[in-house]
Design a protein around this ligand. Structure first.
Ligand code: ZN
Length: 207
């Protein structure tokens, strides 16, 4: 089962993974049905933030207004993980909600990053670019993953600004990640947390 296979990878990443098909989303919801959305306050809060970000994206991505955006939280208190599926479907681990003690601005960057993977069609890129090779990571796959992660960080900041969140929160989220996981690139990526922080600083300076 794809979601479960990716989950094992994502725990190490402590980051996120675009998962490639609508079917994988339906399968994940079914499989984790009894562990989904147990804290209604977290779910409502995250959905509210996601909807603001999705609205902010509508001007540049009008086709996504037809999407049925959905966000669910699955019970995994020890994990800091997020999964993006195509067409505006997101699943977050419950651990994300207390690990970084994120305020709404920080959560907007985290969720905006996932929203951005969906908007940018990264699932399709992953499928077309390396398909099954994603299961056997190579330097090429790492470099491609890194490009997608940096793109998602950038668009998350743009959406945050448009949705009236404080885009400086990107720095604090990435800094918290760095403090916990040190400055080694997360598994599967070549960019260090510092490089992602630098990119975020550059964007803030330019805006
Ligand atoms: Zn990502």
């Amino acid at each position: 089962m794809k979601f479960a296979a990716l989950a094992a990878v994502v725990l190490l990443l402590a980051a996120c993974a675009p998962v490639d098909t609508d079917a994988a989303y339906a399968e994940a919801l079914k499989k984790f049905a009894n562990q989904i959305d147990q804290n209604s306050r977290d779910v409502a809060r995250a959905n509210r933030i996601m909807r603001k970000l999705a609205s902010a994206a509508a001007e540049d991505y009008p086709e996504t207004m037809k999407w049925n955006w959905e966000l669910h939280v699955f019970r995994a208190p020890a994990d800091v993980a997020a999964y993006t599926f195509p067409h505006g479907k997101i699943i977050l681990s419950s651990g994300l909600f207390f690990w970084g003690k994120f305020n709404d601005d920080e959560m907007a960057f985290v969720i905006g990053h996932e929203v951005s993977h969906s908007l940018l069609g990264h699932h399709q890129i992953i499928l077309e670019t390396y398909g099954n090779r994603a299961m056997y990571p190579t330097a090429h796959v790492y470099a491609e993953n890194t490009k997608l992660e940096l793109q998602a960080d950038r668009l998350a900041m743009v959406l945050s600004i448009r949705a009236s969140y404080d885009a400086r929160a990107a720095i604090s989220v990435l800094q918290k990640a760095k403090d916990i996981w040190s400055d080694k690139p997360p598994a599967g990526l070549t960019a260090t947390w510092d490089e992602r922080i630098q990119q975020a600083r550059g964007l803030l300076a330019a805006n």
